[in-house]
Design a protein around this ligand. Structure first.
Ligand code: UD1
Length: 362
């Protein structure tokens, strides 16, 4: 069985790594890896391939950055001849980025079956580009691999045939578990002059947060207070860095002596940094899941989350983007100890193996 596996943007790499390993080890599966080139900087792509020992992509579409329409269309244009030539049994996509929907759409129109890993997550916010990608990809997928119970409920409510839905756990947590010991050896705390438990981590990249001066400003006003309490390490996404200049926040940021803005980190350094933080403030999806397993407080700077299990069972709290709300949640978390939490069902490091078993039987 030949499977074309798609990855393109940073959060895809942690998800595709255990799948490529599980497929490679399965006697009935021949996996090929397609990198769309949606992300291309060394720190956003190559470093992840190296650290997570992902095989070199068999095919790189090298699309790069563009508007949503141009990027999606360009991936489709370049991916179609690959599917025609390779004649795979399955095209498998992970997550909710433009590469995922673009390749799923090409495959299904050529009559090739589509498998979606991390299916069923819903923020119910159609203003998020990822929500559109999720809904569309799920609606044309033949197999839907789900990370948490809410995903199963969402898909059933949307009328997806239950026979296509498989609750398998979380491939991102497969990678976290497999890399934990190696990440512990990272020297990132020494390099940045930090003490475990005595700093916070910030990540921001959602267009809804960093493209709007009023919202970005409200978040930064909270960060200004927080960095007076404990240093805040901010590995900055290229889009966010560009916007700090474009929207006139560069001087404000430079004036915060406790804020350490650094380049995006590789997976191992970032995992170590997160694992030892006091509080993580983020608008990322994956980090809500990783902090749940690492047992670190996470404040999500969004109005909604597609990953509710990280709130009901994990360490996550939705705080939105109001300055006072962020500060009040931060103070509450700083004053409280984390008790042992239950691990979400099937977040046990074996999701990719389950997916391989299911695919091999089709
Ligand atoms: C994309 C995903 C988002 C994911 C995020 C993780 C979509 C719709 N969005 O958002 O779901 O959470 O990746 O990072 O697919 N850039 C670089 N170097 C790179 C990549 C991007 O400089 O290697 C810059 C470019 O200026 C680009 C901008 O970042 O225009 C945004 O990149 P893009 O891939 O379009 O979206 P992300 O914001 O990264």
């Amino acid at each position: 069985m030949k499977i074309l596996n798609i990855c393109g943007a940073r959060p895809n790499f942690m998800k595709i790594a255990p799948l490529m390993r599980a497929f490679g080890a399965h006697k009935n599966i021949t996996p090929l890896l397609v990198h769309t080139g949606q992300h291309y900087d060394k720190n956003m792509s190559d470093l992840f391939f190296k650290q997570l020992r992902i095989p070199e992509p068999d095919i790189n579409l090298e699309v790069g950055s563009a508007s949503h329409a141009v990027q999606t269309a360009e991936i489709m244009r370049r991916f179609e001849p690959i599917v025609l030539e390779q004649k795979p049994d399955w095209v498998l996509g992970v997550g909710d980025v433009n590469s995922t929907i673009a390749c799923a759409l090409v495959a299904t129109k050529l009559g090739v079956r589509v498998a979606h890993v991390e299916a069923g997550l819903r923020s119910f916010d159609r203003g998020m580009p990822e929500e559109i990608n999720r809904v569309l990809t799920d609606s044309i997928s033949d197999l839907l691999f789900v990370t948490e119970p809410s995903g199963v409920e969402n898909l059933k409510r949307e009328g997806v045939d239950p026979a296509k839905i498989h609750f398998v756990g979380n491939v991102m947590i497969d990678t976290l578990k497999a890399s934990r010991a190696e990440a512990e050896k990272s020297a990132v705390l020494d390099t940045l002059g930090l003490k475990a438990g005595r700093y916070n981590v910030l990540t921001l990249h959602r267009p809804s947060n960093v493209d709007h001066p009023a919202i970005f400003g409200r978040i930064l006003a909270a960060i200004d207070e927080i960095q007076r309490d404990l240093p805040v390490v901010f590995p900055i996404h290229p889009r966010t860095l560009a916007n700090t200049k474009k929207l006139g926040f560069a001087d404000k940021l430079a004036g915060m002596s406790g804020l350490k803005i650094i380049e995006p980190l590789g997976y191992l350094d970032f995992t170590k940094l997160t694992a030892s933080a006091a509080v993580v403030l983020t608008d990322s999806g994956g980090i809500q899941e990783e902090t749940t397993i690492l047992g670190v407080w996470c404040l999500t700077l969004r109005e909604n989350t597609e990953r509710p299990v990280t709130i009901s069972q994990g360490t996550n709290e939705l705080v939105g983007t109001d300055t006072a709300a962020i500060l009040s949640a931060y103070r509450k978390r700083r004053a409280s100890k984390l008790s042992n939490r239950p691990v979400p069902d099937k977040w046990d490091g074996r999701a990719a193996e389950r997916i391989a078993e299911i695919l091999a039987k089709t």
